[in-house]
Ligand binder design. Structure first.
Ligand code: HPA
Length: 272
């Protein structure tokens, strides 16, 4: 990854974005696009106006950066993400984290839609990530070491922050949402998994499977941020449910879960 490219991208953000340190950075994944409640919107920038990021190509990702206030907190939100499977490299995937880092932001909440592997999960449940398994075998930190991005060999032992996990649980309890802790298996996509792959991931300890989040959380943790991540179970993974998998199912499940997502994020912001 070339640091100079990030300099160009950072240069297109208005100064107001760097005046005050956001209390929280958020990445909204598939279907989470409408999940923000705001008291005041300060800045909106479409991704197409951010060099190096470009328009997200995935349905259900709106593609907009928003700086807003809620409950006295300043929040920097990325509505929609770029994925490794879009084939345009890592820079676009982790650029949102690099911009948050440059803003001085120290906390990240990443969200996604995922397939449920654990038999206790149903579509519409939330899973708070306690750990992940990177099945892609490659890593956004590969390349020239940039000291600002943390040590050459960053520790990932407790990548998902216990205090932030507790805040998500407290919110879910208050809102009476079905949640469980779980381990996320990260696959490259874009095809869904085979049933045999899902059996193998289950044997390895995965509870949910998806095609995102891990590049951003690894990069953020390496940079020293406190990280939390939540999956919406949009479908049962291949061979767990018996229906063929389809992205429209992911979007439809997110639509049904919208009020829960919105309330969970609102509550989390207030606890930060
Ligand atoms: N597999 C991988 N990624 C996903 C899934 C799935 O079943 N559902 C939503 N994203």
């Amino acid at each position: 990854m070339r640091k100079e490219d990030f300099d160009t991208a950072a240069g297109c953000f208005p100064d107001v974005c760097f005046n005050d340190i956001p209390d929280l950075g958020i990445i909204l994944g598939s279907g989470w696009g409408d999940a923000l409640k705001m008291d005041e919107c300060l800045v909106r920038i479409p991704y197409s106006d951010i060099p190096m990021l470009g328009q997200t190509t995935v349905q259900g990702h709106s593609g907009e950066f928003i700086l807003y206030r809620l409950a006295g907190r300043l929040v920097a939100a990325w509505c929609g993400r770029r994925h490794f499977y879009e084939g345009e490299g890592w820079e676009k995937v982790v650029l949102p984290i690099e911009i948050l880092r440059r803003m001085g932001c120290e906390k990240l909440l990443a969200t996604n839609a995922a397939g449920g592997i654990n038999p206790l999960l149903k579509a519409g449940d939330f899973v708070i990530l306690t750990d992940h398994i990177n099945l892609v075998g490659i890593n956004p930190l590969i390349g020239t070491h940039v000291p600002e991005w943390g040590p050459r060999f960053p520790d990932m032992t407790d990548i998902y922050s216990r205090p932030l996990i507790e805040k998500l649980h407290a919110g879910a309890r208050k809102l009476d949402l079905r949640v469980m802790d779980g381990i996320y298996a990260f696959t490259s996509g874009p095809c869904y998994e085979t049933a045999a792959e899902i059996r193998a991931y289950k044997a390895q300890g995965a509870d949910v499977v998806g095609m995102s989040t891990v590049p951003e959380t690894v990069f953020a943790k390496a940079c020293g941020m406190q990280v939390a991540a939540v999956s919406l179970v949009s479908n049962l993974a291949a061979g767990i449910g018996h229906a063929p998998l389809d992205h429209s199912e992911v979007i439809a499940a997110a639509e049904r879960a919208k009020s829960g997502m919105k309330a969970l994020i609102e509550d989390f912001v207030a606890r930060i």
